[in-house]
Ligand binder design. Structure first.
Ligand code: AMP
Length: 284
């Protein structure tokens, strides 16, 4: 496994792999790798000859009041995990390498898909994500790129970007990996105190209850949202950012009675830590 830090070095590695006719899998991450990231890297290694894992805490997707400086950075451990899961290259550029000039080109997806959910509470977030992912796509030229359903809205935004900009690649979406107690794995879980971690279990629990209600025939979107909201509000340490139901794909407004495929998504703060989680409700 090679650790490369510059655009020029990455380009060299990619050119070499392409000359050998190798298929390329890309796994974009912000590092502090955990079992969720590991599942993406494993999938990429299974489906491609040459796997690139990017580790970059992307400043343009953080607002000034967010946790850019505090975000955990564990590059040495990330390299060990990436290698063990089958990565050929870890690309860990500096912010200056990815954004050499203050004047820059943005890639921005407009419309409902970036306006609802996290788009409302983090208005500049997705523009930062689509800009950095475009750069990574152009550099790594992957046949397949791997993302987690944990960030369900990000997946919808990126699907639109890939379609609109004709990126010649397949977007692969992997299921949410959880801790044994049900909490979705996240690099931000390291911020949680033990008490906050226990409180945060309400997210998975309330989503499972909603899933069970849907399976039992509940099709009223407002009732499902109210049920999850009430369950989370019972937890004193939880401060709700949103509990929302939207149609998939593209996060159109959910219409009752619910039909097709819908996304029930939550964002909730525990202390200073904002966590997200979701479940897809669809008829089996
Ligand atoms: P991040 O480093 O948090 O930006 O995440 C990098 C990629 O890993 C994104 O595509 C995430 O959706 C994915 N990911 C993060 N946590 C999980 C998880 N618990 N299960 C599956 N994928 C995840």
């Amino acid at each position: 496994m090679k650790l490369v830090k510059t655009v020029a070095e990455l380009r060299k590695e990619i050119a070499l792999a392409k000359r050998q006719g190798l298929s390329i899998g890309l796994v974009p991450t912000m590092g502090a790798l955990h079992a969720g990231h590991a599942s993406l890297i494993e999938a990429a290694a299974k489906e491609n000859d040459f796997v690139v894992v990017s580790v970059f805490v992307n400043p343009t997707q953080f607002a000034p009041n967010e946790d850019l400086d505090a975000y955990p950075r564990t590059l040495a451990a990330d390299c060990v995990l990436a290698e063990a899961k089958g990565a050929a290259v870890v690309f860990a550029p500096s912010p200056k390498e990815m954004y050499p000039s203050a004047d820059m080109t943005w890639v921005e997806v407009t419309g409902n898909v970036t306006k609802v959910l996290c788009g409302r509470s983090r208005p500049i977030h997705f523009r930062g994500v689509t800009t950095v992912v475009s750069k990574l796509f152009n550099l790594a030229q992957p046949d397949r790129a791997y993302f987690g359903q944990k960030d369900a809205q990000q997946v919808e935004v990126l699907k639109r970007m890939v379609k609109d900009l004709f990126f010649p690649l397949e977007l692969r979406v992997m299921p949410i990996i959880r801790e044994a107690d049900g909490l979705a794995r996240s690099s931000r879980n390291t911020y949680l105190s033990e008490k906050e971690h226990d409180a945060a279990l309400v997210l998975n629990k309330s989503l499972r209850e909603a899933e069970a209600a849907f399976a039992a025939g509940e099709r009223d979107a407002a009732k499902i949202v109210a049920m999850v909201t009430a369950a989370i509000e019972k937890e004193p340490a939880a401060e709700i950012d949103y509990v929302e139901l939207h149609g998939l794909p593209e996060l159109t407004p959910a219409v009752s009675p619910l039909k097709g495929t819908n996304l029930l998504a939550v964002a909730v703060k525990f202390g200073t830590t904002r966590l997200i989680d979701n479940v897809v409700l669809e008829e089996k």
